[in-house]
Write a protein that binds this ligand. Sequence first.
Ligand code: PEP
Ligand code: MN
Length: 342
Amino acid sequence: MIVVMQHQASKQSVDNVLDRLSKAGFQLHISEGVSRTVIGVIGENTKERLAGMAVEAMPGVEKVVPILHPFKLAGRDLKPEQSRIQVGDLVIGGKEIHVMAGPCAVENEEQLLSVAHGVKKAGATILRGGAYKPRTSPYSFQGLEEEGLKLLAKARRETGLKIVTEVTGVEFVSIVTEYADILQVGARNMQNFQLLKAVGKTNKPVLLKRGACATFEEWILAAEYIMAEGNFNVIFCERGIRTFENYTRNTLDISSVPVLKHLTHLPVIVDPSHGTGKWHLVTPMALAAVAAGADGLMVEVHPAPSEALSDGPQSLTLDNFLSLMEQVRAVAHAVNRQLEKQ
Ligand code: PEP
Ligand code: MN
């Protein structure tokens, strides 16, 4: 249920309602919008109990209404305004579009630092790179693990870029949290509910990739798992879904941008690298994503894609990444967004 406070409700009346509801044992989520405060009330038999307590008659309360969607915290019922997620001094979900770029996997210092400096120069604000890699085959390169996290931290010190890196299991949450600015939950783990709960207990923003076969409802409910633990800083990342088509690695569902913007208040970014699997499709799909309203992009870049230990065929060279950024800048401008702070 949600308790919608009146437009001019005083702080005292909001506090009185919060006090009464928390004493009654409900879980509360407060959303302070520009025009009014909305209180999400989660618990058992909320409808009957709130009616019994006559909450609607309390001073400052406008109405008490049910949340119609299965996603209580991510939905726009609770929070009509778009969420802005703070990553250090960056804001994701505002006017600026943020590009997260870097190699699929951290391979060695030279590879990572050369990409980091290159993507920074081209206008990226966040460095991506896997230290723990969820590979389809157990015989493929599995990542440098903590050594990879240390290299990411070094790249951050040298460039000022923020770091996003994947956490592949509950047992790695604490170590990845020590190094990363954003925790990535990969497509294969989108419904690993224990992992979702564990990242929900941290204070780091979470980039939640779409499972290859996930519906929108399943994906939003995965975000709900993170939020129900108290971490509201969730960013969706569309990375393609599995369809009958096998020319591309996945089918990139650009419609997820407006769909998620309609259903939720959380930012949405798009990964055209995993979404297509082919480097020459990455720039056109990145442009389509920005035109559709994406709040950012995740792009794989490698100094020598043909020698990459993972995902070479979908990785851009630094020159191609520079060209992508120039084109993204123009499309961003056309849809009243921007790449850099002004
Ligand atoms: C990745 O970003 O490196 C990755 C493994 O992506 P996904 O989880 O989307 O397959
Ligand atoms: Mn990859």
